[in-house]
Ligand binder design. Structure first.
Ligand SMILES: Nc1nc2c(c(=O)[nH]1)N[C@H]1C(S)=C(S)[C@@H](COP(=O)(O)O)O[C@H]1N2
Ligand SMILES: [Mo]
Length: 159
């Protein structure tokens, strides 16, 4: 934990590196949502706690050219979303679930939560957020899963 750093960079006016203490100092929010995996399972009523993604945007000040953010994870996983998708009020970088600190298997110390998207958009073990002007396809998106990943449109595979 002492060694954890979240790097926020790319097309931003203010690249930052946040320590764990810095992250805990950011405004904390809770958001209740359901979680849907593209494989067909769901977990309902998760109470996530963490920092709204909009706080990260506010800190980093993306340039006019930035339209996406790519999330890089400790295990080498990546995924990306548009800044519009990430601006939703229920999009969090979460460090807690149901009143407890995140367990390692659930993305400790910090994971993305994007309730309106299939679970492969919710990156676990996030270490870097890179703002980009071009879309970069993530790990599953490169392997044929939908890049829009909209749960309500049952939008599972790219076509
Ligand atoms: N870093 C990282 N994040 C990841 C993955 C991964 O392999 N590595 N898998 C994704 C997929 S396919 C799913 S279904 C969800 C699972 O999240 P959960 O463990 O909270 O259910 O994590 C997503 N985020
Ligand atoms: Mo998944």
């Amino acid at each position: 934990m002492k060694t954890y750093t979240l790097t926020i960079d790319g097309e931003v006016a203010n690249p930052v590196k946040l320590s764990w203490t810095d992250i805990l100092k950011l405004p904390k929010t809770a958001s209740v949502s359901d979680f849907h995996c593209v494989e067909g399972w769901s977990v309902l009523n998760c109470k996530w706690e963490g920092v709204k993604f909009s706080e990260i945007t506010r800190l980093a000040k993306p340039l006019e050219t930035a339209e996406f953010a790519t999330f890089e994870c400790a295990d080498g996983y990546t995924t990306s979303l548009t800044l519009t998708e990430l601006a939703e009020d229920n999009v969090l970088l979460a460090y807690g679930l149901d009143g407890k600190a995140l367990e390692e298997g659930l993305g400790f110390p910090l994971r993305l939560v994007v309730p309106s998207k299939y679970a492969y958009k919710s990156a676990l073990w996030v270490t870097r957020v890179r703002f980009t002007s071009k879309k970069e396809l993530g790990y599953w998106e490169k392997r044929g899963y939908s890049d829009t990943a909209d749960v309500w449109k049952n939008d599972r595979f790219s076509r």
